[in-house]
Ligand binder design. Structure first.
Ligand SMILES: *Cc1c(COP(=O)(O)O)cnc(C)c1O
Length: 361
C-alpha cells in the first residue's frame, strides 16, 4: 500500500480534451493509444479504460507484461506489443497482437498458431529511417513476402516509426514517409495488403496530415505535451512535511551544497528522486506553494526535498505543494522541468515512481 503524502492527480477531463484534439486532426481514423510505461506514468489500466470509453479502438504497449496487466484489469480491446519477440505463447493466451520485424519470429508465431489450430493477426514493422526496428528498405519486399506465405498468419498491419517528425524541418520525416509509401506500393504489387497502415506518432498527428493513413499512434499528446492547445493530464502534488526557521549559515541537505545566507524559512517536502523528482533538480528546481514559486535548495534526497519559503507568506504545515501543475497563477509543467535538466517531458512523466499513488479526477 502506498501511504505517501505525495500523489499524482490525473485529470481525465484533460485526457478527453487531448483525445478530442487527436480526433480533430485525424477525422475518423482509428486511434491506437500508446499506453506503454504505465501510460507514460499516468496509470495504464485507468487511462486505457477512459480512452476506450471515449472511442479509441486499439492500445499499444512496449512489452508483453504490460499487455497482460491490461488484460488482467479486464480490458478487451486489441493490444499491439511493439518491442517483444520472446513471449509468443502469451500472445495467444492473452490475445495480443505482436509487431514483427524478423522472419524467424514470424515462422515461430505461425508454427505456434498451427499447433493451436488458429490464426493470429500481426503487424509488420519496416525501418524507414529510425534505425531501430523493422525490415530495412532493401530487404523488406522479399522478407515480408516470405511472411505472407506463412500459414496461420494474418498480415493485419503495416507500420513504421518517425525519428524526428517533431522538428520544424520535415525533410527527413517526409523522406521516411516517401519510403513507407513506396514499400506499401511494392507490397501491393505483390498482392500483399493490410487492414491497417500506420506511422504517425504524436508529432505526425499534429503536423503531418499525409502520414495519418487509416490509423494513428499518439502517445505524449494524449498526456498533454507537444502542442499549446493540449492540456497536461498529470499534476504532482504534496504537502509540507515540516516548516522550520533557521539562522544564516545553516547547511541544507547532503554535501551541504546550500548554506543559508539569511534568516530563512525552510520547508521539507516528502518526495525525492526515488519518486522521479530528479536529483539534477538539486539547487535548480522550483515548486509552487501558496501560489508562489519556491526554489529547491540543496541536494534532492531519495525521499525528500527542501525548498526555501522565506519570501512566501502564510506557509504552514498544511500548505499544499505543487511539483507539477498549476497553483494560483503559476504553473510548472513536465516540459519546464525537462528543459531545466536537459531531458524531455516523456522521461519526467515516466519516471514518476511506483510509490506515488495515482488519483483520478
Ligand atoms: C512510443 C511510441 C509511439 C508514441 O510516440 P509519441 O511520441 O509519444 O506520440 C508510437 N509508436 C511507437 C512504435 C512507439 O514506440
Amino acid at each position: 500500500m502506498a501511504l505517501q503524502t505525495t500523489f499524482a492527480e490525473i485529470n481525465l477531463k484533460a485526457l478527453s480534451h487531448n483525445l478530442s484534439v487527436v480526433r480533430k486532426k485525424t477525422g475518423n481514423r482509428n486511434i491506437l493509444a500508446v499506453v506503454k510505461a504505465n501510460a507514460y506514468g499516468h496509470g495504464a489500466a485507468e487511462i486505457s479504460k477512459h480512452l476506450l470509453k471515449n472511442g479509441i479502438s486499439h492500445l499499444g504497449v512496449a512489452f508483453t507484461g504490460e499487455a497482460i496487466q491490461l488484460r488482467e484489469a479486464g480490458l478487451e480491446a486489441p493490444i499491439l506489443v511493439f518491442f517483444d519477440r520472446d513471449h509468443i505463447e502469451e500472445c495467444f493466451n492473452y490475445d495480443l497482437t505482436p509487431v514483427v520485424f524478423d522472419v524467424n519470429t514470424a515462422k515461430k508465431i505461425s508454427k505456434e498458431a498451427g499447433r493451436r489450430k488458429r490464426k493470429i493477426a500481426i503487424h509488420i514493422k519496416v525501418d524507414t529511417g529510425m534505425g531501430r526496428l523493422g525490415f530495412t528498405l532493401d530487404r523488406a519486399p522479399v522478407e515480408i513476402s516470405k511472411i505472407a506465405c506463412l500459414e496461420n498468419i494474418i498480415l493485419e498491419g503495416f507500420m513504421s516509426h518517425f525519428s524526428d517528425a517533431d522538428l520544424q524541418d520535415k525533410e527527413f520525416a517526409n523522406q521516411q514517409l516517401k519510403s513507407f509509401l513506396l514499400l506499401k506500393k511494392e507490397l501491393g504489387r505483390r498482392k500483399i495488403t493490410f487492414k491497417y497502415t500506420h506511422i504517425a506518432n504524436s508529432a505526425a498527428v499534429l503536423a503531418m496530415t499525409d502520414a495519418h493513413f487509416n490509423m494513428v499512434r499518439p502517445g505524449i499528446m494524449l498526456y498533454g505535451y507537444g502542442a499549446d492547445n493540449l492540456k497536461p493530464v498529470l499534476n504532482l502534488k504534496s504537502k509540507v512535511l515540516l516548516i522550520k526557521k533557521v539562522p544564516p549559515g545553516t547547511p541544507i541537505s547532503y554535501a551541504r551544497t546550500f548554506i543559508t545566507k539569511r534568516k530563512s524559512v525552510i520547508a521539507t517536502i516528502p518526495v525525492g528522486y526515488a519518486d522521479g523528482y530528479n536529483r539534477k533538480l538539486s539547487n535548480r528546481g522550483e515548486v509552487l506553494i501558496n501560489g508562489k514559486r519556491a526554489p529547491v535548495i540543496g541536494r534532492v534526497c531519495m525521499d525528500t526535498v527542501m525548498v526555501d519559503v522565506t519570501d512566501i507568506s502564510g506557509v504552514n504545515m498544511d500548505s499544499e505543494v505543487v511539483l507539477i501543475g498549476c497553483q494560483g497563477k503559476e504553473e510548472i509543467t513536465a516540459a519546464d522541468i525537462a528543459d531545466k535538466i536537459g531531458t524531455i517531458p516523456y522521461e519526467i512523466l515516466t519516471s514518476i515512481g511506483q510509490r506515488i499513488k495515482r488519483v483520478y479526477r
